[in-house]
Every structure is written in C-alpha cells, then in structure tokens.
Design a protein around this ligand. Sequence first.
Ligand code: ZN
Length: 487
Amino acid sequence: MSLVGRKLAVVSAKCRAQASGKLPGTERLFKSVAASQQESSSTPTHIAASGQSLLHRSAKGGHFQTSRIAHASPSTSPIYETTTNATTTSGWDPQAFDVSLLWLRDLCECSRCVDPSTKQKLFSTVDIPPNIQGTRLPSSDDAKITLRWTNDIVGYGNDHVTTLSTEMYSQNSRNSSGGPLFDIPARNLWLAQHFRAKCEDMDYEHYMQSDHSVLQALQQLHTHGLLFLTNVPDSEKSVSAIVERIGPLKNTFYGSTWDVRSVPEAKNVAYTAQDLGFHMDLMYMQQPPHLQFLHCIRSSAAGGASLFTDSFRAARDLWVDDPDSVRNLAQLPVNFHYNHPELHYYHQSRRVVELKDGASLDSLPSGEQGAKMLADAIRNVSWAPPFQAPFINPNAKKLEEISGETLIRWHAAARKFSEAVHQPAGIYERMMRPGECVIFDNRRVLHARRAFEVGDAGKERWLRGAYMDEDPFLSKTKVMQKLQATV
Ligand SMILES: [Zn+2]
C-alpha cells in the first residue's frame, strides 16, 4: 500500500462516511476509502447500536451524542453535542466522522492553542467544556478540515477556528506508544549467518558525517540490534563522539564512559580462560541502558573474541518448541542485584521475557504463526546470570508471586531458554580489532567474551564502553526519519 493509501486507511478507521448523501471535499475523500470497506460503512445508527460510534442521533431534538461514553455509563446524560443546524449546507456533519468533538478540539494547534515557538499546549484538555459544539466551515482544500467552535473554552469566544490536515489526522490516529513516527521496518530476528549476510560494517566517518548513514545505523539497531563501526580513531574520546552522534551519554556509577581491560598473564591464563557467559548489563537497575557501545582500543593475540546472540530469536525458537516455557518466563519474576552495600546496592525484580504494554501471550497460537506474533509482543529480555540475586524464600507464603512450585517451573523454562540462547548457529563471533566499535541493543542482544588463550599472555585487551538510554535513540530516529523524508 502506498503511503497515501495507508494514511487514508488509517483515517477511514476513524472516519466512517455516511452510506448515502452528497459529501463534499475531504469527506468525499474519506468516503471513497470507507466505501471500499463494506463492513465498516454501516450507518451511524447501526454502529451506535453496537457501541462503536462516537456520535449517534439521540432521542431528544435531533442532537448527536457520544455513544461510546454513553455506552460506558448509560445513566449519565450526553456529554458531547452538536446541533443538527450545523449539518446543513455549510455545516459540520457529525454523521460523516466517527470521531469525538473533544478529540478534534484537543488537536487544535493554532497559535492560541499551541505556542508556535515552544510547541507547548496553551490550554488544558480538562478546560474543554463537555457541551462544546463544532461547525464545519466550507473549504476549497480537500486536504483540510476547518471547524469553528461555539461553547468553547472560557476566553476563546466564537471566532476560534481549528484547521486540521489529513496528515495530522492520520498521525494522531496512530495507536502507537511511540507517538507519531514514520514507518520503521519490522525487527529481523537473526541467526549468525543472517546477520553476516544482511549487515555490513559501517565506516566511522560515514556514521559521523552522513545523515543517511546515521539513519541506516539507527534502523539497523532497531531491526537487528547490532552494528559494527570500523576505522574509529584511536582515542579514548572516540566512544563518546559515537554516542553523542545520537544523543547524550547515560551516566552510571561506572562513569559516563568506562574501561574493560584484561591483561592475561601466563600463570593465570587458566583463570582468565573462563568464558564470560552471555549477559545483559545493569539488569539490576530500574532503567538499564538501551544501547551499549564498546570501542576496541587494544586487542589480545588469539583469544578473547566477542560473542553476540539475539535473545528475541531464542525466545521465538523456544515458542515454536514449547510455548508454555515462554509464558512462564513472561510471568515468573527473577531478581538481579549489584550487591556492594558499602558503596552501591541495586536490586530489581524482572521477567526474563518482558512484554509490551497491553500484550498478552495467553491467546497466541502455537508454532510459527504465534512465534511471529511473539516477536512483535516482546519489549525486552532480561538475562544476566552473573548478577542474579537470590529468589525470594518460597516458604514465605505471604508472597504469591513465587513458591517452590513456580521456582521449579521457572527453572525448567530458563534452562530451555538458555539452550536456545547458546544454540551455536545463533552466535555471531568476532575478534574485535583496534579501530572497531560495536553498538548493540542491551535489552535484546546478549554479549559474551570467549576465553583467552596462552598466546594472549601479557597482551592487553582494552575496550572503552558507554551506554545510552532509549529516549534519545527513539528521538534521533524520528528526527532523522523526518529529515530524510523531506530531502
Ligand atoms: Zn486553537
């Protein structure tokens, strides 16, 4: 579907044109889409009966009321009204739009309603009178709707006019917690071979200089959660520059940047030879970082390779194999802590699989079909075995969330998830070289370090790291999308 077609479809979901009658201007535009969707072009009366329409004809004197609100509390009187007078020649026809006058009034962005320079709203939604009335003014522009208000907010008078574009209409109709946002590609859950095939390294200078490149980087961090930059200058400040290309650094008790250094000595290679297992950082914080950045300044000779794997892919595979395990991981809590009470003490209870607001796995089908839907429902994964805190005592009966039995269920599910995480085909292994910087989604892509080898003795491995929150990442993505769309 084209961009225009999609926008109209969004509009048509909100605006149901009347099945008959002459509809001028924008209404005709909306109607042509609505008419192609037979099931949604029912008459207002019929829609009202099913409680779906916001506006329907009331018993008294040809007024229109909001049936959705009336439906919710049938004993209350009508809240939004507009007169039938307004439906004649030049008037606003409430039957033509399945929207609330409150919503339309609240959208007003005229200079009296939204400060043109600060973009802050100059009225409060609660100040809109419940009995506000709107009249549609004639317009020669099909892409605009102009409304004049009576019974408006105190102080506005009868000359206040709201002009809405179809773009405002559709953008604000998006039912997305991300707010108005251009299309972003779906997440692409990967095995190592897919990541290698799809995702090329990006040159540092391109990333720093080109808007097109940085948008590409941001989109890859959304679709794959993992990106490598090359030719990064050999400076301790490089990692900050890379972060600040997107937004501010996230400061933590580790500092706004920090070092990961290892100098394996021959006598303790046995010790350092341990793999550092797959984990995410700072799971013990209420707001763990969204992105992690690691700039390789020195590398060891043979070992210490970096490993990455897509935990969403692991959850999807587990769903196909055993959906109840994923349900358990989305339900049962596990604790994480940073347990140094003399300096810092952080503690957080999380679900291994964290769902988006309003998402539920209850009715998801099993198999591949459900697995696809699962990928859309997951917001984050929480996996950090080294920072796991004790489970709450299962015998403390006042706590309903965990019992001996739920702990056994969690354990069985977590073992299966761990197996999916460690599936060799899912692991992208890379010996990071000086001048490379990895950026990854810390709530999706698990990272680990391969063991050092004997040849590494005396050779320093030095990575400089930094974190970033999700807000600046989302903001920059939207800004760059908008910029690229207008180029
Ligand atoms: Zn206004």
